[in-house]
Design a protein. Structure first.
Length: 192
């Protein structure tokens, strides 16, 4: 490659009938100036290329670092998701176990309450049967007492003086007993 220094140092021999020396020198001066300018631009361009190459290398390093960071973040994200899923599975399993435990406890308490209620109902039924028997026994004893009182009343004389008896209807003990029995049957039918 020819440089401006080569142009400056180049000398031509003089010949008769040749080119004008001033025009050649002027042309060589222009050529030298342009070559100097081109050399400056080339150096400047090389410097810019070097800066850009350094930047590209830096970006490539950054790109590698970013790739590594991205891969690390993806791995971390997958690990976090996996851990969250594991934790969620643990929580669900614990909640299901607790729900099953609570359900078993509720079933057990329900069974206990049902058994207690059955026992209370049976006791109340027995109390009702006993109360009905007591009422029946009381009615029977009362009826027997009425019957004996009616017999005593019937056996009493109708009057104590010899005065004239009035015609007043007096029921007999059998009639009174029949009326009491009819009332007792009506009362028993009403209870049922």
């Amino acid at each position: 490659m020819i440089t401006s220094k080569d142009v400056r140092n180049k000398r031509f021999e003089k010949a008769a009938f040749g080119y004008k020396q001033e025009e050649i020198d002027e042309f060589l001066s222009q050529l030298e100036a342009e070559l100097d300018e081109m050399e400056r631009e080339r150096i400047e361009a090389n410097n810019k290329i070097q800066v850009l190459a350094d930047k590209v290398r830096e970006y490539m390093k950054d790109e590698d670092a970013l790739k590594d960071a991205l891969l690390g973040a993806q791995k971390q994200g997958h690990q976090v998701i996996r851990e969250a899923n594991d934790k969620a599975d643990e929580i669900i399993a614990a909640a299901q176990a607790k729900a099953a435990e609570l359900e078993d406890e509720a079933v057990r308490k329900h069974a206990e309450l049902m058994e207690k209620n059955r026992a209370e109902v049976a006791a109340e039924r027995q109390s009702l049967v006993d109360a009905r028997q007591q009422v029946a026994d009381f009615k029977k004893s009362l009826f027997e007492m009425y019957k004996s009182h009616l017999e005593l009343i019937s056996s009493m004389p109708e009057s104590f003086d010899d005065e004239a008896e009035e015609d007043v209807y007096q029921p007999t003990a059998e009639e009174i007993a029949a009326a009491v029995a009819a009332e007792e049957e009506a009362a028993a039918a009403a209870e049922e």
